[in-house]
Ligand binder design. Structure first.
Ligand code: PLP
Ligand code: COI
Length: 339
């Protein structure tokens, strides 16, 4: 496979040379296998296929200004996938194994790490699936952990530019005490109808409300949500959202810039007083939101008055990128630098 045109890469699947795999069987993790195959052999009654035992992660590797490859917040993703595993009774992946496999797959696919300055990155997608045949609803005892990579560009086709998102109450992606706090494949299946409807109406994503009361903001499609209100960084505190590592990082960067951070319930009508808003995540980075339309009430919240991304969102976005690209000191110790 030849290299892609880095500057035109979408956020999509582009084949690379290798993936790495490890099987949990007979109560232990086996040897790491390097594979060139894009397919897997799976029992037709596997728990992944019938009862949704599937969890995944998303993180990125960047080619730095100094020609070194950096993986952003590897330990945090290792920690989160263990939480997801416990959440749906799968085998937690030891931190060291997770890290070793992520580093190895990036090293093996070095030629797919987009060059410095291209704006693209190598997306690392670890996934764990239940392999045991079960017809009764029970957890399996065999699990396959795979780490694949694919070079990606911006998640929203607009790149770093304002998009419009919408609120609709017809669908929930997760239940109040359900699986939203874990990165479980089924959550994304549950979001497809709402997401496709939003796209067909010209919105980049759905801003979900809390599934219990539909009163508070929850998260924004495949990303967390933050806004700037009275000069403060505000972001929803909720049991039904994924704890975003990007959001945590942006909160730290906001504090570094002297901006107060509030992690709390945010009501829908507070949007009227927000001066900036963004979707944040590994794929979305910090994607500015210009307008939020409530499709049920007809209210349009115009967040950006001049059509441009807000100053604080832009500053945070630039700071995060500068750290990941090795342009600025990594004072929080977030990067794993490859040899
Ligand atoms: N929320 C959901 C539902 C996601 O899928 C993601 C993506 O991983 C995020 C939030 C952002 O999390 P992170 O910043 O760790 O990528
Ligand atoms: C990520 O940001 O890594 C995600 O997992 C979002 C996505 C499902 C594309």
């Amino acid at each position: 496979m030849n290299n892609p045109d880095w500057s035109k890469l979408p956020f999509g699947y582009f084949p690379t040379d290798y993936n790495v795999r490890c099987l949990y069987r007979d109560g232990k993790w086996g040897e790491i296998e390097v594979s060139t195959s894009e397919t897997i052999n799976i029992h037709m009654a596997a728990t992944a296929l019938h009862y949704g035992q599937e969890i995944f992660e998303g993180l990125k590797a960047f080619m730095g200004a100094d020609g070194k490859i950096r993986i952003f917040r590897l330990e945090e993703n290792a920690r989160r996938i263990r939480e997801s595993a416990k959440g749906i009774m799968m085998e937690p992946i030891p931190e060291e194994l997770f890290k070793e496999m992520c580093v190895k797959v990036v090293e093996l696919n070095r030629r797919f790490v987009p060059p410095y300055g291209s704006g693209a990155s190598l997306y690392i997608r670890p996934l764990e699936i239940g392999m045991s045949p079960r017809i009764g609803v029970k957890p399996g005892d065999e699990y396959l952990f795979i780490v694949m990579v694919t070079p990606v560009g911006p998640y929203f086709k607009e790149g770093f530019a304002n998009t419009k998102i919408c609120i609709m109450r017809e669908y929930d992606r997760v239940a109040p005490r359900g699986t939203g706090r874990w990165k479980v494949g089924g959550n994304y299946a549950a979001s497809l109808s709402a997401g496709e409807r939003a796209h067909s109406l010209g919105y980049s994503a759905v801003l979900y409300l809390d599934p219990k009361e539909k009163k508070y903001l929850d998260e924004c499609g495949p990303a967390n949500f933050f806004a700037i209100k009275d000069g403060k960084y505000i972001t929803p505190a909720s049991e039904s959202i994924l704890p975003s590592i990007t959001n945590m990082s942006l909160q730290d960067l906001a504090r570094d810039l002297g901006i107060d951070v509030e992690c709390r319930h945010i009501t829908v009508d507070e949007l009227a007083d927000c001066t900036e808003a963004a979707a944040c995540g590994t794929a979305a980075v910090a994607s500015p939101i210009g307008e939020i339309d409530d499709l049920d009430t007809g209210v349009k919240y115009i967040i950006s008055k001049d059509g441009k991304p807000g100053a604080i969102t832009t500053a945070l976005y630039n700071k995060l990128n500068a750290i990941r690209l090795g342009e600025e000191p990594d004072t929080h110790g977030w990067n794993t630098i490859l040899d």
